[in-house]
Design a protein around this ligand. Structure first.
Ligand code: WT7
Length: 656
């Protein structure tokens, strides 16, 4: 479709809410007014209506030590009790919590009563390994039920977990384990990837035996998933089936303070060192449950919900584990890739489990568009009534494809903007309430306030003018800091526009109708397939290679993944440039240092990098090269001939 026919097509569509949907929707137009009239009162109501407290809170928000928030002060609760036990106590023990589907087709149906037993056994097992309230547990696992059991078992004990995505390398795992000082690691022998087992525990072993440093890890608990051969340390390693299976299946959930840390999740920032974003208990759970109810419109007694994210990312935390389970929902958990054993796997799962709500990412939708309409058409998708998108802007063309081919031409699509730091959805339409605008996340949800600021920090509402997105009021699921680094927290989020505004790092604009359009990051952070990667982190991985003198990384536009990693590298004087071979070696080196997701699509070996007189690399110009554009303004370069040198003398290799 051309841009013109796309926009005229959009104009003809009626995207106002369907009255039948509105009638049953959890979200209402009145919520906007209620929240605007009394911000704290609104959130206090969400907290009391959606969450079971062991002790009620006596203050909704303490912002006296801003930007360090305390929500629901004085309250105590247990997250696992809220996500599991209370549903059993309410008589819903037979309701399915998780329909698990392994990549190879093995399945497991887990009811809330089963979940209560499994989580209790895992909690007893962790305690037997010496894990106590406050201890950190690292989780390096694939998408299997034991991962959910482990996270909830940690919450049950009050031991913050740090989940590390299974695609990260031993090196990345090492720094995250060390930073959080994790006492126990839970992992598997291996994970299934496109029909083949890939080792996982081996990376844990390497992360623990790393150089001279003494590892904080005392025990490693290992689930047997793939029968992959593993090295074994008898004094440290324990099989899950030996330890967990024999534990008592009841466990007393310990209520913790509302502000007790629930988890740490590492994300990339503008420097090479990842940030340990940490979230606490009461506020986080309240917002996760509220948003899953009003934005995904989950009705636990009738819906089958499926969020396709990996639990290793915040989306998996908030919208696989905590939000849906707090609400008592039934969901699908799928272990594998979308094209195993064939490209119709997801749609077969939608048909098989009668999925009614699907939450996925634009990069996946664009991949399905490429694979062809005939693939989803083979399955019966009539159960789908609600669709969601997260991770990056969804382009209108992908929006329309999603609506037509997956949503039967009528399911509302919610484009949800949020971040690891925000903990839960912040800007999104409310299905059944909002008239949709493809490509825009539209409006802060009830209880959330945002503005767009100009360079001088002044808010404006003018249409089509580009500025910076900020959040103007504290919200319950907000990060409480960066683990071990309060200064970096203040500096990164609360200094760009002063202490009144949380600086999100995203560019944004309003349209004529007042909808917010998110325009991507304004810092040196890339978004590849909805995953956040830092240019600095990949640059430091590249310069750790003995042949590399200097490196500059940019995110270049990519049709499928949104952005792709492009690296410009200067080799050391004594290194030999073996062309394609060197390029492949450097790509592999990044995959080894960080993980396959960070592997550059392109590595270009150059003689010079464009720098300003003060020595700052001008990434904007490199981006022009990477995106095959005419190179922009070079007048601030120390040496303006550098760009010609780069374009002429490039050895370029691209991805497999
Ligand atoms: C960054 C946060 C939120 C969970 C997944 C990513 C971008 C996210 C959208 C959206 C436009 C979006 C932003 C944000 N982003 N959702 N709906 N529209 N951009 O979490 O890794 O913390 O990344 O993802 O740039 O700042 P994350």
């Amino acid at each position: 479709m051309t841009d013109d026919s796309l926009s005229s097509h959009l104009h003809e569509m009626d995207l106002s809410p369907d009255p039948a949907f509105t009638e049953q929707a959890n979200g209402t137009a009145a919520m906007y007014d209620e929240a605007a009239a009394d911000h704290e009162g609104f959130w206090a109501r969400q907290a009391r209506e959606r969450i079971s407290w062991a002790t009620d809170f006596d203050q909704t928000l303490d912002w006296s030590e801003a930007p360090f928030a305390k929500w629901f002060v004085g309250g105590t609760l247990n997250v696992a009790y809220n996500c599991v036990d209370r549903h059993v106590e309410a008589g819903n023990g037979d309701r399915v919590a998780i329909h698990f589907e392994g990549e190879g087709g093995d399945t497991r149906t887990i009811t809330y009563a089963d979940l209560q037993r499994e989580v209790s056994k895992a909690a007893n097992a962790l305690e037997s390994l010496g894990v106590a309230t406050g201890d950190r547990v690292a989780v390096y696992m694939p998408m299997i039920p034991e991962t959910v059991f482990t996270m909830l078992a940690c919450a049950r004990i009050g031991a913050p977990h740090s989940v590390i995505f299974g695609g990260f390398s031993a090196e990345a795992l090492h720094t995250r384990i060390a930073d959080a000082e994790a006492k126990v690691v839970v992992t598997t022998d291996g994970q299934w990837r496109r029909g083949k087992p890939a080792p996982l525990k081996a990376a844990v072993d390497a992360a623990i035996h790393h150089g001279e440093d003494e590892s904080p890890v005392e025990k490693v608990l290992v689930v047997k998933r793939t029968d992959t051969e593993v090295e074994w340390d008898d004094s440290r390693d324990v099989w899950w089936h030996d330890l967990v299976d024999g534990q008592p299946d009841t466990h007393e959930a310990v209520p913790v303070d509302s502000e007790h840390p629930l988890f740490i999740l590492y994300t990339s920032g503008t420097t090479g060192k990842p940030k340990g974003i940490f979230h606490t208990t009461g506020g986080y759970l309240t917002q996760a449950a509220y948003t899953n109810a009003v934005v995904h419109d989950v009705h636990p007694e009738s819906d089958v919900y499926w969020c396709t994210a990996d639990v290793g990312w915040v989306t998996g935390h908030s919208y696989i584990v905590y939000g849906p389970l707090a609400n008592g929902a039934t969901q699908v958990l799928y272990e594998g890739t979308p094209d195993t054993p064939h490209q119709g796997r997801w749609w077969e799962l939608v048909e098989k489990y009668k999925v009614s709500i699907l939450y996925t990412a634009p990069t996946a939708i664009r991949t399905f568009m490429k694979w062809g309409d005939d693939i989803p058409a083979k399955s019966d998708l009539s159960s789908v009534r609600m669709l969601g998108s997260v991770g990056e802007p969804i382009n209108p063309e992908a929006w329309l494809w999603y609506r037509k081919n997956i949503g039967g031409g009528k399911a509302p699509i919610v484009d949800t903007w949020w971040q690891t730091e925000t903990g839960g959805i912040m800007i999104s339409p409310l299905p059944g309430v909002t008239t949709l605008e493809p490509g825009s996340a539209q409006k802060p949800i009830p209880g959330i306030s945002a503005e767009i600021l100009d360079d001088d920090g002044n808010p404006f509402t003018e249409a089509e003018k580009v500025g910076y997105l900020v959040l103007t009021k504290p919200w319950p699921a907000m990060l409480r800091g960066i683990w071990g680094d309060p200064e970096r927290y203040k500096e990164t989020y609360w200094s760009r526009f002063g202490p009144k505004y949380y600086f999100a790092g995203d560019g944004a604009k309003y349209d004529e109708k007042g909808n917010i359009w998110l325009l991507g990051r304004v810092d040196d952070v890339m978004n590849v397939s909805g995953h956040r990667l830092s240019t600095a982190e990949i640059e430091s991985a590249l310069v750790s290679h003995p042949s590399v003198a200097e490196a500059a990384v940019v995110g270049a536009a990519d049709e499928t993944t949104g952005q792709a990693v492009c690296a410009f590298v200067i080799l050391r004087g004594d290194a030999v440039d073996n062309g394609e071979e060197t390029v492949q070696e450097l790509r592999g080196h990044v995959a080894k240092e960080i993980g396959p997701i960070a592997k550059p699509r392109q590595v270009m070996i150059v003689q010079e990098l464009p720098k300003t007189r003060s020595g700052k690399i001008m990434r904007r110009l490199l981006k022009d090269v990477a995106e095959n554009r005419e190179v922009g303004d070079v007048t601030t370069l120390a040496d303006s001939s550098v760009m010609n040198l780069i374009k002429e003398g490039m050895t370029s290799g691209s991805s497999d």
